[in-house]
Design a protein around this ligand. Structure first.
Ligand code: G6P
Length: 613
């Protein structure tokens, strides 16, 4: 949510910043802007729309500068337009600021500044913060660094900010609380700042993750990090493993399609070093010291948002079935505001692709304050959630750029399945033979996903037929129920078609009223213990002339004659079915969205990393 990038060093800053903004565009794409020091002083250029609109705006302008910062916005305060775009000048234009997050007490600060005669050009909280910093700088007699620190001591809310001043073309000041900020340490005393490592990776692998309440001061090629109380801290330089190819499209039309097709590899990566079926070994290194605690726990609470919440629902079935531990799955946004009951021995598992979701982070802090042990299942290494949890397991799906989550979901489900299996083995609630069978089947998943991907052309043809449908219903039972929810979410997110997921048997309690010849119903009807019941649900839809697209197990000869379209997927143990059954639904949503001409990777109003409430 909002992307920040900045550079200071020996290179031309503008191309570095613009390229970085394009890499971060998945975080927000309402507007984009840059600030440069180009011989005309501190100059801000900004434009409503995507980074390409900003590029057009910059054509013919003087952009020579070795310092610069840029921002892609996901609007919170004020509509997406040129004026509300970042960077924002301060009142006397001595500084410019970019910001990701929300300043909750901005109205009170604004009132105080208005009384002093300030005026504001935008509706943003960010402009208020910029003016506040400048006001302190002008009136307290200290340095800009002092002013930033003093201002932030007064601020309530979340922020990652970068400040540039007209008085020093070697200085960038950045700070964070609740919104991510990564510092790249490049060659010849150059520095990069970004919301995540993707704009940095092609220049350097050495990064520092700024912590909450820290201020980074880059000046004359040196970096200093201080806390809000002005004590200096020693930064730890991490080596990132991300490769440039992982954040490029690699010949695919969209990141989403690339990421769907990457799943055989990403699922294998999420199991690598963790599953050894031939030796009957399973281990999650990051949870080694906590496994007994998990196996002994009396209750697991899983928290997450969006797709991650759906992965949690899948995990609920698996943990309860295999490890016999009661599980509750909660939206993080609800959990954090309802005084949840946490008992000693409870384990909270926080699931998050980005590791930055504000609601999930806040829910973790609440659970922590109540004494829970928190595990994280995150994709982004070094992310805030990964660092806020007691222990965890990375999903290792690789960077996910498409806003609609695909490979992150299957990687989350894989890791949670491994976790449940390990707990079940420790607890003795799973037979050795089932344990071994599931390990072997887990290892076969990447090849089976590959087989599903081969049906892409058929799925494309079905998508063509339903391109202009106005509504969709998705049905599934058991572990396929959360998959139905996820399938409906994918379609909604990227095609803007209204879609609802339901447990198949719930249909008769309401949604059946919607069924007629214009209603496509996607039914996950794989061969498992509820197959017969799901077939009855399909009959109910057909009796009302609904059009059924069924996801079936290969070799099923009954359903093709009963439904309008079938998509076959390979046979797999029902505990692992979501890893396979989710794939055709991702493809169906993708192709429908493409045929409707939607911007699949950057759907309207959404953002990949939701760092505000
Ligand atoms: C946003 C994204 C979703 C994602 C959700 C949770 O809404 O658009 O794709 O599932 O946030 O994000 P997280 O990073 O915590 O998994």
């Amino acid at each position: 949510m909002c992307g920040i990038v900045a550079y200071v060093g020996h290179r031309e800053a503008c191309p570095v910043v613009i390229k970085g903004l394009k890499r971060l565009e998945y975080r927000g794409y309402d507007s984009a802007g840059v600030a440069l020091m180009n011989g005309h002083g501190l100059k801000v250029y900004k434009k409503k729309g995507k980074v390409v609109a900003l590029e057009r705006e910059l054509e013919g302008k003087e952009t020579h500068s070795t310092i610069g910062m840029g921002h892609t916005r996901w609007a919170t305060h004020g509509e997406p337009n040129d004026v509300n775009a970042h960077p924002h000048y301060s009142f006397h234009r001595k500084l410019a600021i970019i910001h990701n997050g929300i300043i909750e007490n901005y109205a009170a600060i604004k009132q105080a500044l208005l009384k002093k005669g300030h005026t504001f050009t935008s509706e943003t909280d960010t402009e208020v913060l910029g003016q506040f910093i400048e006001d302190i700088w002008e009136n307290n007699g200290g340095t800009l660094e002092d002013a930033v620190r003093l201002a932030l001591q007064e601020v309530v809310g979340a922020y990652a900010i970068v400040v540039m001043s007209e008085t020093d073309s070697t200085q960038l000041i950045a700070a964070r609380k609740g919104s991510p900020l990564v510092i790249g340490v490049g060659e010849e005393n150059e520095f990069f700042l970004a919301s995540d490592a993707t704009p940095i990776v092609e220049y350097t692998k050495d990064v520092i993750y700024l912590n909450d309440y820290e201020i980074a001061v880059i000046k004359e090629g040196d970096l200093k990090i201080v806390n809000l109380d002005n004590t200096t801290t020693t930064p730890y330089v991490h080596k990132i493993e991300m490769e440039l190819a992982a954040i490029e499209k690699g010949g695919y039309d969209h990141f989403m399609l690339k990421e769907i097709f990457e799943q055989p590899r990403s699922i294998a990566d999420s199991m690598r070093g963790r599953v050894q079926a031939d030796a009957g070994i399973l281990q999650l290194g990051g949870l080694r010291d906590y496994m007994d605690k998990l196996a002994r726990s009396e209750r697991i609470v899983i928290i997450g948002c969006g797709t991650s919440w759906h992965a949690g629902l899948v995990a609920e079935y698996i943990f309860e079935e295999l490890a016999r531990i009661p599980v509750e799955v909660e939206y993080a946004s609800e959990f954090r505001y309802r005084n949840p009951i946490i008992k000693e021995g409870d384990i909270v598992i926080a699931i998050s692709q980005s590791g930055e979701t504000a609601d999930t982070l806040a829910a973790i802090e609440l659970a922590k304050s109540k004494g829970a042990t928190i595990f994280g299942v995150c994709n982004v290494v070094g992310s805030s959630i990964a660092r806020a949890t007691d222990a965890g397991a990375y999903t290792h799906a690789g960077p996910e750029i498409g806003v609609a989550s695909t490979k992150a979901f299957t990687a989350q489900v894989t890791v949670l399945t491994i976790m449940a299996l390990e707990a079940a083995q420790r607890k003795g609630t799973i037979s050795e033979s089932l344990f071994r069978q599931l390990l072997v089947e887990l290892e076969s998943i990447p090849a089976k996903v590959e087989m599903v991907l081969q049906a892409a052309d058929k799925i494309k043809e079905i998508a063509y037929i339903f391109t202009y449908a106005r509504n969709f219903i998705y049905l599934g039972r058991g572990l396929n129920f959360p998959v139905a929810l996820e399938g409906a979410l994918k379609l909604k997110e990227i095609s803007y078609i209204h879609a609802e997921g339901y447990p198949a048997a719930e249909m008769k309690h309401g949604p059946i009223a919607l069924i007629d010849e214009d209603m496509p119903v996607v039914v996950i009807a794989t061969k498992d213990s509820s197959y017969e019941k799901v077939v009855s649900n399909i009959q109910e839809v057909k009796a009302r002339k609904g059009r059924v697209i069924a996801i079936t197990t290969e070799g099923d000869t009954d359903l093709p004659g009963m439904v309008d379209f079938t998509i076959e997927i390979p046979k797999v143990h029902s505990m692992l079915m979501p890893l396979i059954s989710a794939i055709p639904l991702q493809l169906l949503a993708y192709y429908i969205a493409v045929m409707r001409g939607r911007n699949v990777d950057q759907p309207r109003n959404l953002a990949k990393s939701v760092t505000v409430e």
